[in-house]
Design a protein around this ligand. Structure first.
Ligand SMILES: Cc1ncc(COP(=O)(O)O)c(C=O)c1O
Length: 480
């Protein structure tokens, strides 16, 4: 029996997606049982008064999602239960399976339990304290008290110190954007930037397309808004444009989220031509893009490509950056660059949340960013991290000859893919037993499940600790 399928010409989803979604619902509810035969393409097309190709695309979509299998000469059948579970696509569309706020559940406990004297932690992606510009930032702070009038410390109902906003806009323009101070909103860290965007754009079950794996801090914000995820496939250069297009066309997401530079956890830098193509596709399919540019200052082998915002013509690309890694986390300063229709809603959300970010810190930061100490600081920090990356990746390659360790092009994380027969959990336990803490992969996957892997963060460890941690990893994972 054919389940009821109501096609709606006002629905933004293409007809084949509407048909695929209706059949997927019938499969999920049990109305169409495992192994049940779907109606022949010709008869369903006749029944729904649509072209044969529309039904055939719907069946292909269901097959890609792992919901059906086609058997040559016999027809299309609901996938047997185990095939649905094993299908790679089953994990890309599971809105109801994710409960909110649990992204890091279990992980922090496991890390705390495994922490003991002598343990080396590759689990926390902390910047190196020896890079923190204490004296220079201290001077900027003193000058703020000495030179700014008392009124500067008054309540401010605005969304950022105008001088700091102008400096941040200038730095974006030096990277190919056309930003003005009025488009910058200073936030309390990138975490708040993500939260403001999510609060304005997402509601329950809004579809968020995301690269995978990606930074879990932002995913946690989306989780809390009840987002449904669709994962975009990547290759060695970051998200694949053909897959971005497939996902945009098929799912019509509200938002596409990406860290184009210093992708946390993989360290991949997305080539400029892909960034440009994403913006063009976002325009074609009416998707808002949220790009996190955190870490662009620590691109090692070539200057960081321009932000995606550089290719934006209609304000659909929202950019955020944290200064936690490039200066120090105690600043709690990040910012958003947003223009057009979204700007006013974000302004209002910021005022609602915390009125404004500390003007005292913003004024000192503005002075620091304009001082010669800032580029000197970046250069020294980049050189330190590059040295640590080279040493660590080299030591890992020797300690884990089976592993294919890609040196991160930016940032301070290495993504270690595990052989399929070794689970992330088992690898975590083996490493903990050898006295090295690692970050399990699951929180980095939007749907919280994906191939086994570990994130290894080297930023805050000196050379001796890095060599020792690689040796311990070698012992722990010698025969995967
Ligand atoms: C991609 C990315 N965005 C943002 C952050 C943190 O931002 P904040 O400390 O400003 O909340 C991190 C920290 O690891 C990160 O990797």
């Amino acid at each position: 029996m054919t389940p009821a399928i109501a096609l709606d010409s006002r629905d933004p989803r293409p007809l084949y997606v509407q048909i695929a979604d209706a059949l997927a619902t019938a499969i999920e509810s049990g109305e169409l049982a495992p192994e049940a035969r779907l109606p022949p393409i010709r008869s369903l097309a006749g029944e729904l008064d649509v072209a044969l190709v529309t039904v055939s695309q719907a069946y292909e979509t269901l097959a890609a999602r792992g919901r059906v299998v086609s058997r040559v000469g016999r027809g299309t059948f609901v996938a047997p239960r185990h095939a649905v579970d094993e299908a790679p696509f089953a994990r890309t569309w599971e809105p109801s399976l994710l409960s909110r706020g649990e992204r890091m559940e279990g992980v922090m406990d496991r890390l705390a339990q495994a922490t003991a004297p002598g343990v080396i932690s590759l689990a926390r992606a902390n910047p190196a304290p020896e890079t923190f510009p204490m004296a220079e930032f201290g001077r900027a702070m003193q000058r703020t008290f000495a030179d700014d009038p008392p009124e500067a410390m008054q309540y401010r109902a605005n969304t950022g110190d105008p001088d700091l906003c102008a400096t941040l806009a200038e730095s974006l323009n030096a990277r190919g954007c056309d930003a003005s101070a009025g488009e910058i909103i200073v936030t309390s860290g990138a975490q708040q930037a993500a939260d403001l965007i999510a609060s304005v754009l997402l509601s329950d079950r809004s579809v968020v397309a995301s690269e995978s794996p990606t930074y879990p801090g932002t995913l946690g914000v989306f989780d809390a808004r009840g987002a449904s995820y669709v994962e975009v496939r990547s290759d060695a250069d970051g998200v694949r444009i053909d897959d971005v297009e497939r996902v945009f066309a098929e799912y019509r997401p509200r938002l596409f989220s990406i860290c184009p530079i210093a992708e946390n956890p993989t360290g991949v830098v997305l080539p400029a031509r892909r960034g440009k193509a994403i913006v063009e596709l976002a325009r074609r399919y009416d998707v808002v893009v949220l790009e996190d540019q955190t870490g662009w200052t620590f691109a090692y082998d070539a200057p960081a490509p321009p932000p995606l915002a550089a290719y934006d013509v209609d304000g659909r690309v929202v950019m955020m950056e944290s200064l936690s890694k490039s200066i120090f986390p105690a600043l709690r300063i990040g910012y958003l660059r947003v223009k057009g229709a979204l700007r006013d809603s974000i302004d209002a959300a910021k005022v609602r949340t915390d009125s404004f970010t500390s003007t005292l810190t913003q004024r000192a930061l503005w002075r620091f960013l304009r001082a010669p100490a800032y580029p000197r600081h970046l250069k020294a920090a980049r050189a330190l991290y590059r040295g640590r990356r080279d040493l660590f990746v080299d030591a890992l390659a020797r300690a884990l000859p089976w592993a294919d360790v890609a040196p991160p092009q930016a940032g301070t994380n290495v993504w270690l893919r595990l052989p399929p027969r070794l689970s992330t959990q088992a690898a975590f336990d083996l490493c903990a037993r050898e006295g090295v803490l690692v970050m399990p992969a699951d929180p980095f996957y939007p749907t919280r499940s994906g191939p086994p892997a570990l994130r290894l963060s080297f930023g805050d460890l000196n050379d001796a600790a890095l060599l020792e941690s690689a040796a311990r990893l070698g012992r722990a994972l010698a025969q995967p």
